[in-house]
Design a binder for this molecule. Sequence first.
Ligand SMILES: *Cc1c(COP(=O)(O)O)cnc(C)c1O
Ligand code: SF4
Length: 418
Amino acid sequence: MEKFKSYTLGQLDKIPQLSGLSEEQIEEIKIVSSIYPFKTNNYVLEKLIDWNNIPDDPIFRLNFPHKEMLLTEDFEQLKQIRATGTDEEIKEVIYNIRMRLNPHPAGQVDLNSAYINDDKLEGIQHKYRDILLFFPSQSQTCHAYCTFCFRWPQFINDLDFKIQSKEIGPLLEYLHENPQISEVLFTGGDPMIMNSRVLDSYIEPLLKVDSIKTIRIGTKALSYWPYKFTTDEDAEGMLNVLAKVTKAGKHLGFMAHFNHPVELEPPVVKEAIDNLIKIGATIRTQSPLLRFINNSPETWTKMWEKQVQLNCIPYYMFLPRDTGAQHYFAETLERAHEIYTEAIRNCTGLASTAKGPVMSMTHGKVEILGVKDDLYTLRYVKHRDDSKTFKVFTAQSISPKPMWIGDLQEIKSEIMNY
Ligand SMILES: *Cc1c(COP(=O)(O)O)cnc(C)c1O
Ligand code: SF4
């Protein structure tokens, strides 16, 4: 049995594999980790990162913060104040840098809130008609943290940004009042951090709600800790709780987060996937397109083909949201569209099911359909006003290097008649 061992910033010096790095490299990790959350674990360190390829190894980039994730002036200011400032001064600099990194993009907090009468429900986001996001308080962490994570503020205690729920009662009441909701998507952090007992306390009551047809679980456990579904002490218990969903005649959808084909290679990943499929789960995959990690068409073709071989369904290629280190990880919209198209072109039909490149923004999820010079054709693959879902529209770039929907200006909305 593999025993889970995680390392956060305070334990950086205890990570054996880092002994090959220079002092300067370690110091950089520490500086950037004072802004963004950092966590790794023994599986990522031993099975995923290629330590002969540091710092360019994609999984190292995925898990270890690096200098360029901060703007040069912010990095330098932080470095300076850490060397010479008081605790108070350091804290203030950190706070100000974080605030400039747009910690809450796309109006998530206000626009997506759910209410019963006038009471706002904690830990629930209701953006689209038929599906609700649920953030159990016990899943507000992950087995390791991704450097590009758009939910990074949720993992920082000093920032009062947590979206979480400790109880299922209000959720059930809300579902009762909104029978049009047919899906609940567990998210976090990573819901697969929870143990089987806690998960059961959420799943069991949900299965009694007739209008709920699908339970989805958004998780990176298959990449960061696949033992969750194989040899962990609680693995069997976990599979038994999850199996209740399919036994109740509902759909169990795993939204598995994989960023690079390397994450699919260890044999334990296949075992974990097989165990989930045995209990009737369907595994769909998603990832953002990220510079330094997966920004070549070949990487995506390989990843999607391998996923099909493992019985997973490619689902979304996202673009990094306008928060945190987007400036570092994002490709331009044009290059993103090119990478997506080339990747799909080289795939077999069954591996070409992913929608993309997709931006999740205030009104919905927008897919880039085509680019010619500064003109873009786009489509809402999902809109908060469902009469607009799948509407096609055109836009023009208003930036020399458009990387997000805000860099485009709509020209014609709804170029379809229906
Ligand atoms: C992406 C997303 C969903 C799920 O969307 P699908 O296209 O059905 O996978 C649900 N709620 C929110 C807020 C989302 O961003
Ligand atoms: S697993 Fe998901 S929620 Fe957790 S750090 Fe990575 S992107 Fe963020």
